[in-house]
Design a protein around this ligand. Structure first.
Ligand code: PEP
Ligand code: MG
Length: 585
């Protein structure tokens, strides 16, 4: 390696999960499939090249068959999707055309396949029939494994990580994250992503230091490089020299001591100076994270994101699989509440089974409750599992991405139907679950007084509410400076939702990442919220902040805040009112 490659480099990104780690890099290399080179094949080698392609297709076919064989028997009925893919592999348009292109143009198989797939996509997309348009996505799905076989790229290298490493990736989709053995990961660094991207959320939940949005870190880092990741400051160092390492080891010690001090207070109730008890709850994505919520002193699960069980698998989970997972969480937390949110797939949490990934604008597409109301069987399976788990503890059900009044009525009707079917079957279940809706689309925030008549509680999802209100893609680092939880428009919207909830006697909770920042607590309490849910590791520090707040003062502060025109102005008012509270312990 040259001097240049080993000199120390410091990079600044977004500190998405605090803490410091020092370790070796593991580069998630997706480039294998993306960078396809074109080269000429000599006429005498054309047959060999065509054979290389045939072998790659055969392997892809065998792998698909194995996937069908190994799938759980409950899912066999859905195996038709995979069978469609097998059929597509043999399809003349894909198979025949690629062979023809290799031969006619005298090019390598990878290039020929890439060209044929791209032509087919264009062709399908132009078709007026929606079904045929969707087949474009299937063509890409089936061509991916062939391409990987041709290029010798490892399809799921993240699955096989067998030592403690710092993961370096362009970006990680929830599907990829769900394949990683997260206990092996010391830290995350990525080119893309931000605070509220799913890599950020998972990293915080699992207390893995993360610096995201680094732009081109995958280009600068090589496998096995020594790295320092400081998620607290949003900084990372490649090839640290001795002095740098010493400095970061000291910082890491100071961080651990501070964290331990805060952690100790996690198990005491969060009561304000004037005696208001606030429920400080945890958000989880995976059932196993429930332990972390308990360890950090959470008063319950304020948000159980259930989509992860649907990702990275060809077929959806069965009712019994879902029920068992939910029951485990509910039993561990009982008698404290577990708020199970129904599927919020698509948007940024695209699934492999369907081809909605081809939506041009997935954040505004068939996401959350919209998807579930369309796929009634998928939705009913999940609701039945939730109602059955409810018999084992304290369950609340939460519907995501509601944007119209009809959607909530329809979701409730399906809940009734699910309960009736369980009743008819004589199954053990509990119908008396509290029903809530996420407030994360401006339309329902504005209509909160009407929506309040239909539910028992609101849970405000600020991650999306900010995205949709301020028109800021939550995962786009180019606009991350505009993603401001303290923007006056957001505060006013929270105020409106909170007032409507109080006037109608329904609960108003918050589960977006905004709730996990201790400095936001005085604002949220001033707005009248008494339940905050967040990544588990933030629970102790938010509880600590709650104990320093007087809700009367906080309400007065809100009056001042509501006069402000900018997020900066709001922050100034907050600083003036709570400056002392903002200092580290
Ligand atoms: C939110 O939007 O604030 C939220 C909690 O949901 P998610 O982050 O899963 O979209
Ligand atoms: Mg959301």
């Amino acid at each position: 390696m040259s001097d240049k490659e080993t000199r120390e480099i410091t990079l600044k990104g977004i500190g998405a999960s605090p803490g410091i780690c020092i370790g070796k890099a593991y580069l998630v290399d997706k480039a294998g499939v993306d960078v396809v080179k074109k080269y000429a094949i000599h006429e005498s080698d054309l047959e060999k090249e065509k054979n290389r392609f045939r072998i790659a297709v055969k392997k892809a076919k065998d792998d698909l068959h194995a996937l069908v064989e190994n799938s759980h028997e409950d899912f066999r009925e859905h195996a038709d999707i995979l069978e469609t893919h097998v059929a597509l592999l043999k399809d003349k348009m894909l198979y025949g055309k690629t062979i023809e292109t290799i031969e006619k143009e005298g090019v390598n198989a990878e290039w020929a396949l890439r060209k044929v797939v791209s032509d087919l996509q264009t062709l399908f997309r132009r078709m007026p029939d929606a079904y045929l348009r969707e087949r474009a996505a299937d063509v890409v799905h089936v061509s991916d494994p062939i391409m990987r076989n041709l290029m010798g790229a490892d399809p799921a290298n993240v699955k096989d990580i067998d030592k403690r490493v710092i993961l370096v990736a362009a970006d990680l989709s929830p599907a990829e994250t769900s394949q990683i053995q997260l206990e092996r990961i010391m830290g995350f660094v990525t080119d893309l992503g931000g605070m509220t991207s799913h890599t950020g959320i998972i990293a915080r939940t699992l207390e893995i230091p993360a610096v995201l949005g680094l732009d081109d870190v995958t280009r600068r880092v090589q496998n096995e490089d020594l790295l320092v990741v400081d998620g607290t400051r949003g900084e990372m160092v490649i090839h640290p020299v001795e002095d740098t390492l010493v400095r970061f080891v000291r910082r890491r010690m100071a961080y651990e001591v501070r964290k331990a001090t805060i952690m100790r207070g996690g198990h005491f109730p969060a009561q304000t100076l004037d005696g208001v008890t606030v429920q400080v709850m945890g958000n989880i994505e995976l059932p196993e994270e429930v332990v972390s919520v308990r360890d950090h002193g959470g008063d319950g699960i304020g948000l159980y994101r259930t989509e992860f069980q649907y990702l990275s698998r060809p077929l959806f989970p069965s009712e019994s699989e879902l029920f068992e997972k939910y029951r485990d969480v509910v039993e561990v937390m009982a008698p404290q509440p577990v708020t199970i949110r129904t599927l919020d797939i698509n948007g940024d949490k695209a699934i492999a089974r369907h081809s909605e990934t081809t939506e041009k604008n997935p954040a505004l597409g068939l996401r959350g409750i919209r998807y579930c109301l369309k796929e009634a069987d998928v939705f009913k399976t999940q609701i039945r599992a939730i109602l059955r788990a409810a018999a084992f503890g304290n369950v609340r059900i939460l519907f995501p991405m509601v944007s119209t009044y009809d959607e909530i009525l329809e979701a409730k009707r399906m809940l009734d139907e699910a309960a009736e079917s369980l009743d008819r079957e004589g199954a053990k279940f509990d119908r008396n679950v509290a029903i809530g809706m996420m407030i994360e689309v401006p339309s329902v925030a504005i209509m909160a007084d009407i929506m309040a008549k239909e539910v028992d509680f609101f849970s405000i999802g600020t991650n999306d509410l900010i995205q949709y209100t301020l028109a800021i893609d939550r995962g786009n680092r180019h606009v991350s400076h505009l993603y401001q939880p303290l923007h006056p428009a957001i505060i006013r919207m929270l105020r409106q939702v909170s007032d409507a909830a109080r006037e109608n006697g329904v609960g108003v909770f918050i589960c977006g990442e905004m709730a996990g920042e201790p400095i936001h607590a005085p604002v949220l309490l001033g707005l009248g919220m008494t339940e905050l849910s967040m990544n588990p590791q933030s629970i102790p520090s938010v509880k600590r902040m709650v104990r320093s707040v007087n809700t009367e003062d906080a309400r007065e502060m809100i009056t001042d805040i509501l006069r402000e025109a900018t997020a900066e102005g709001v922050r100034r008012v907050l600083q003036a009112a709570c400056g002392d509270l903002m200092r580290d312990p």
